[in-house]
Design a protein around this ligand. Sequence first.
Ligand code: GLN
Length: 513
Amino acid sequence: MSENIIINSNNDTAFLGHPKGLAYLFFAELWERFSFYGMRALLTLYMVEEIFKSLSNRDFATAAVYASYGSLVYASTVIGGQVSDKILGMRSSIFLGGILMAVGHFVLAIENDIAFFLALAFIIVGNGFFKPNISTFVGALYKEGDVRKDSGFTIFYMGINIGGWIAPLLCGWLAIKYGYHYGFGLAGIGMMTGLLFFWSGIKKNVFGDKGLPPNNEVYEKPIIGIPQKTFIPILAVLFVPVIAYILSSYEAIMGGETILGDETIVGLIFKIIGITILFYLGKIMLKATLDERKKLFMAILITFFMTLFWGFHELSGSVITLFASRNVALDGLMSAAQTNSLNSMFIIILAIPISLLWGYLTKKNLNPRTPYKFGLGLVLAGASFYILALSEGSADENGMVPFAYLIVMYLILSIGELFMSPVGLSKITSLSPKSIVAFMMGIWFLSSAYAFQIVGFIGKELAIENTGKEINGLVSLGIYTDGFMLISQYALGAGLIVILFSPLMKKIMGDVH
Ligand code: GLN
């Protein structure tokens, strides 16, 4: 359908000119992200200071578990999306996911190592059902061709970041004042609030017939005597201890050799999946027409660069939080956990100006091609880490650097995010051949999952040994800033290569971008 045809799919303009249902999804997702990012702000510090505090390689173990958690929390969305499409429908999936996530956050509030891994597993399974389906639900509010859809997603992205902005501030404050468990408890309350919003939307019938199971027969059809609508939640809960086991079986935690040596089970699984995906994509490429091949190549390329970008960006919850806690003079303005709110704060401030900029440049016929924007995004990521690396020069005698460096770093990184993430999300659907759009969407989500493998690798490289004494600030500063300089060079290098090859790519790809 032509983009120029203006179709206002329904007359519902109750929420900022958008369907009323968007308001309920907006608040449901705001509170779900509140729980997700509130918990994420505390996770690394909690592992280093509580769960693994007695290990000599506690940073290393923390990085490994953080990577496995992050990879699985995004990879599970691929399965949650499929199960919703085929059996549960979006409503039941969102409820199931939300309840599991809330349980996870409340279990985290229990002071116990086994509870810790079970809690992470609950959140992984829950997020798999919640996150992809609430995003698809937003799209379902609009008929095809409705021009409000893109701005609907921009409003939704705002909800995500309002949650990501307030949560680290509040949960971080509670964690310092009363203890980590209160912070995790608040995250759980946040998730319950999100579910209440979603439930009240259903009660008020704002979603019409959207999000119901795709096929009632399948929904009710029994498997070993249990209807699928009940079987799936039971299966989901049964998976929780399995995932908890996978997360915790790692030699750095177990204190002995495992057959995988230094590798995590999750790392191994992801390597196998990665190779399989590449073979599958190769097969599709061979069969495709030239135009499809070009589009698919472009989709794969931007997904690859997105993975790289998230791999640096997602360091915020791990190495950068540790850097903030060990080497940044926060001067009582924020705690290390609270600095996690800076990214979302800048996204809230800049999302609308940058989307207006693309609109303005399109009118002038100057809107950069997607790969060019992605190149710039990576260059910005490189610049942001360069700022952090530079901070070493302004450190005091204890190795503490001024807070301003971290703030400027997040400002630049957030601009980079806005050059890539929203642009890529809308591009991926138009670049993928119709028959594999859902598959490509899954791959797009997997880019965040793979990014956490990069985060884990960097986190382990920058791990500081626990000698039982207070960490020497000058030692950790040296390790971190050397690492940031290397990351900066990789990101700048990758970004500059993309920009440099842009003219050639334009020649080969024509209007595919
Ligand atoms: N900040 C965005 C969200 O939470 C995207 C994060 C990601 O995909 N890594 O939805």
